[in-house]
Design a protein around this ligand. Structure first.
Ligand SMILES: Nc1nc2c(ncn2[C@@H]2O[C@H](COP(=O)(O)OP(=O)(O)OP(=O)(O)O)[C@@H](O)[C@H]2O)c(=O)[nH]1
Ligand SMILES: [Mg+2]
Length: 310
């Protein structure tokens, strides 16, 4: 199965990003801490090129802390600075300014030599839809300068926002890429709410989530939904029945059950869950386990310059 789609505004957003890159000194590449590989847009890697870049893992408040640390180490091994933040609540954001300043140091030195002082560091904020770009900007600006919302596609146009800390941030609409080669990428993006629900049936997404929970977080699954038997599709039925989600004739309303599972995951009711783990360090002892492990990373991380300075 290959999911292929390309809404018109995505093509436009891509063109706008290419233009905006010429105006900025640094890039914040936002990824979702729960799915850092699946939420990295391969097109962005190619567009960003050699610009100083910081990977910002958002929703750290919803991800498994240990796994997030593994991801930061993983990116570090590849020479890519990364931090984890709660873009809504603000946790972790105090580290962002100093790191970006350090990354932009060569540029600032050039300005100093030319006698340019106190110029704001222009920073482009990029990432897939709904990852927290506008929320992060609002946090850094200390005010609600950019519109946010719990749906992909809230930001429609680019917008510059100045912060008190000497940054000018450019908010952009989220962009996806035209084709998910790996069907799991589509499921991971749908599970976390990055792609609209029309793209993938919620039932499929819920079954995928239940399977992944069973593999990686069985106690979270059992704590929330009790003992389940049979196949994951049957689990959905059991969950629906237990929650009283019935359709006509006493049958379980499967789509309501699927919606419930997806919603509970997205709102953090299942606890801190990471759906992707990085591959183990070359000398590390931990095997790459869990959904979307090494293969997903191989498929998704396509930037040919990975391993360089980022
Ligand atoms: N828990 C949690 N929620 C977050 C975080 N970042 C963003 N959110 C929430 O996620 C939703 C989307 O946030 P936005 O900032 O609008 O996302 P965006 O990347 O600007 O989205 P588009 O403009 O649609 O591309 C909002 O409901 C935010 O409150 C985070 O780090 N943790
Ligand atoms: Mg936005």
């Amino acid at each position: 199965m290959t999911i292929q789609w390309y809404p018109g505004h995505m093509a436009r957003a891509r063109r706008q990003v290419a233009d905006a890159l010429r105006l900025v000194d640094a890039v914040l590449e936002l990824v979702d801490a729960r799915i850092p590989a699946a939420s990295r847009n391969p097109i962005l890697a190619e567009l960003i090129g050699q610009k100083p870049r910081l990977i910002v893992m958002t929703r750290e408040d919803m991800a498994d802390r240990g796994v997030t640390r593994e991801w930061i180490d993983y990116f570090a091994r590849r020479g890519q600075p990364a931090i984890a933040v709660d873009a809504r609540g603000g946790r972790g954001l105090s580290r962002l300014g100093p790191v970006v300043r350090e990354l932009a140091e060569p540029t600032v030195e050039k300005w100093n030599k030319r006698g340019i002082r106190n110029r704001a560091i222009r920073t482009l904020v990029l990432g897939i839809p709904n990852v927290g770009k506008s929320s992060l900007i609002n946090r850094l600006a200390g005010r609600s300068a950019a519109r946010t919302g719990d749906l992909p596609g809230v930001t429609r146009n680019q917008q510059w926002i100045r912060t008190t800390a000497g940054f000018e941030l450019l908010d952009t609409p989220g962009i996806l890429w035209p084709k998910f080669e790996d069907p799991e990428t589509g499921l991971l993006l749908a599970a976390t709410g990055a792609i609209k629900e029309e793209v993938l049936p919620l039932e499929e997404v819920a079954v995928f989530l239940l399977k992944t929970l069973w593999t990686s977080y069985p106690s979270a699954l059992v704590d929330r939904y009790g003992g389940l038997s049979g196949t994951p599709a049957e689990w959905l039925e059991q969950i629906g029945k237990a929650r009283g989600l019935l359709a006509g004739g006493g049958r379980v309303n499967i789509s309501a059950a699927a919606e419930l599972v997806c919603r509970e995951f997205r709102t953090g009711r299942l606890g801190r869950i990471s759906l992707q783990r990085p591959p183990a360090a070359p000398n590390g002892s931990r095997p790459a386990t869990g959904s979307g492990g090494e293969d997903a990373v191989r498929d998704q991380t396509v930037c040919p310059k990975e391993g360089g300075t980022g």
